[in-house]
Design a protein around this ligand. Structure first.
Ligand code: FMN
Length: 189
């Protein structure tokens, strides 16, 4: 089983990464990591889009430009680690999605204009931690789940979260251990 770990955490002591690693330790397979803070995302300006459109129209996804999308499309399981930032997630994760949403590689359109997924993965885990309560899952996990279901064809998405970690007096270890317990109870693919 090929596991793709999409890591958008940035802090050395990241609690989100610690939970994601707990999950990865339970999953059986080869792990490839996309460490987003170490990736150089091209600027998605007009010249980039036209280069990409030309390659897609020619059905040529062999270029370096498509390497992240090829890696994503081939994975059996996706694990995303994303701290809760500004009600959603770090911008690097959005930049990553802009790179992997590739027509003819990770998704296609049917004749009547509906997107269909071309990714091999059947399962996506989204791991997040938040300083306060996650008031709405809509902008973080909910958005990623919508992308997964609509574009990538990954219907089975699971959220793992620990929230209220930065509230004064919070028992951070207890909150993280509760999330670890939740991970231990998951039925894994
Ligand atoms: C740039 C930034 C934005 C944040 N925005 C929010 C937020 O909107 N809501 C919230 O509850 N916590 C917010 N936090 C706190 C983080 O969600 C929290 O500290 C989280 O556990 C950090 O994850 P990490 O330990 O993996 O780095 C923010 C932190 C940073 C650095």
């Amino acid at each position: 089983m090929k596991i793709l770990y999409v890591d958008s955490t940035v802090r050395r002591g990241s609690r989100t990464a610690a939970l994601a690693k707990h999950l990865l330790n339970r999953l059986d397979g080869d792990i490839e990591t996309a460490k987003l803070s170490e990736m150089d995302f091209p600027k998605t300006d007009e010249s980039f889009l036209s280069r990409r459109d030309k390659a897609c129209a020619a059905g040529d996804h062999s270029g370096e430009l498509f390497a992240p999308a090829r890696q994503f499309a081939k994975a059996d399981v996706i694990v995303i680690a994303a701290p809760f930032w500004d009600l959603s997630f770090p911008a690097s994760l959005k930049q990553y999605f802009e790179q992997i949403n590739v027509l003819g590689l990770t998704f296609d359109y049917t004749a009547d204009g509906r997107p269909v997924g071309l990714c091999r993965a059947k399962k996506l885990y989204y791991v997040t931690t938040a300083g306060g309560p996650v008031y709405s899952e809509e902008y973080g996990y909910g958005y990623v789940r919508a992308l997964a279901r609509t574009f990538y064809g990954i219907d089975d998405c699971t959220l793992i979260k620990a929230e209220c970690l930065d509230i004064m007096g919070a028992d951070v270890d207890a909150l993280l251990n509760a999330a670890r317990l939740e991970i231990d109870r998951l039925e894994l693919p």
